[in-house]
Design a protein around this ligand. Structure first.
Ligand code: 2IP
Ligand code: CA
Ligand code: CA
Length: 338
């Protein structure tokens, strides 16, 4: 809603996961929106917040806040894209389950949180409506670090822009392709074939895929909640890949991280199309990147925007093919297929 207010021209091209229509106990429909004044917004919010005046006022204050939009690296970049060619996918909260549980005491393993508030992200992705490719992404991790003394959380914000020959992002990338420590992670991205690969996946991943991933990655296979957070682990170089074969991630989960990964030289591909190409020994003229402008044929509701066939997110183009070949070969049943 705040986005719609700031970018009026894009209004009809902004879509996302959550709905702003609520039904109260009396069966009345309430459409939550940003009103003309902070007071009006607070009053409206109070009706869907069990009359909690303090919470409604705090939320309205945040929604009406004037946000400083200046980012020096981006301020000098001029993009000439007609507004009608721009679409936006928003997930106001990803890893909802972790947000509701609110665990603050989970310990990270190799910098990766398997669950907890750190897995919550806010995802805003911009794509071109004609090609469907992502061009801009912002990820906010509201509960990134916690001050030991005050117990207050600090957020981390990541962004990336990838359009034509412009590729810039908020991460400090060293000449070798590794990310310099802005985020406390190390990464090594040198040669074409590495001795070992690391990956993150969902605990909902299927047995066969898990079996192959653990053969290829060994102890470097990690599990983490949140599609956005898993992508962030790839962006930060905490793992090389995020592999997921199920249809339960959506356009609003991937558009923002995809743009950031593209700006780093990586991307998010359609896993089933990639596997098909390996199976048929077909060489792609272009990698099968996820696109954000085409609904799934015959699907209704949220399923229209599912990433059917799964995904593989990567940060380094160099290692992708070698890793995917290994992953394919180690899949159970592959020997029977040939
Ligand atoms: C969910 C959330 C889940 C994820 C699922 C997403 O979005 O990111 O954590 O499952 O794919 O659709 P998993 O954690 O198993 O990867 P939301 O929290 O917005 O519903
Ligand atoms: Ca989501
Ligand atoms: Ca969500």
């Amino acid at each position: 809603m705040t986005l719609e207010k700031s970018f009026q021209v894009w209004k009809k091209n902004i879509a996302g996961e959550e709905s702003n229509t609520f039904t109260n106990e009396l069966g009345e429909k309430i459409v939550v929106q940003i009103c003309q004044t902070e007071e009006e917004t607070a009053k409206l919010l109070q009706t869907v917040l069990d009359n909690n005046e303090a919470a409604a006022k705090a939320l309205a204050r945040a929604a009406h806040q004037d946000v400083e939009l200046s980012v020096p690296t981006v301020d000098n970049v001029i993009l000439n894209i007609p507004h009608s060619k721009i679409g936006m996918w928003v997930d106001p909260i990803d890893s909802t389950y972790q947000y509701i549980k609110g665990s603050a005491d989970i310990k990270a393993c190799n910098g990766i949180y398997s669950k907890g508030l750190q897995c919550v992200t806010i995802l805003i992705g911009v794509f071109l409506t004609d090609t469907g490719l992502p061009i801009m992404g912002v990820i906010n991790q509201p509960f990134a670090t916690r001050d030991k003394d005050t117990l207050r959380w600090k957020s981390h914000l990541y962004w990336g822009l990838s359009y034509m020959d412009i590729n810039i992002c908020s991460l400090d990338v060293s000449a070798s392709g590794g990310i310099k420590d802005k985020t406390n992670c190390s990464s090594e991205n040198g040669g074409a074939a590495k001795n070992s690969y690391s990956a993150v996946t969902s605990s909902a991943e299927t047995k066969d895929i898990l079996s192959s991933l653990s053969t290829v990655c060994g102890d470097n296979l990690h599990f983490a909640a949140g599609a956005g957070y898993k992508c962030l682990c790839v962006i930060l170089g905490l793992v090389d890949f995020y592999v997921f074969s199920e249809d339960t991630t959506f356009k609003w989960d991937c558009c923002a991280p995809h743009a950031i990964l593209k700006s780093l030289g990586g991307g998010i591909l359609d896993l089933s199309k990639y596997m098909e190409s390996i199976r048929k020994r077909k060489i792609f003229s272009e990698r099968p990147h996820l696109v954000y402008n085409v609904p799934v044929d015959g699907a209704v509701g949220a399923d229209m925007w599912a990433n059917v066939g799964g995904l593989v997110a990567y940060r380094s183009d160099k290692h992708l093919e070698h890793f995917m070949d290994l992953f394919f070969k180690k899949l159970p049943l592959q020997s029977e297929l040939h």
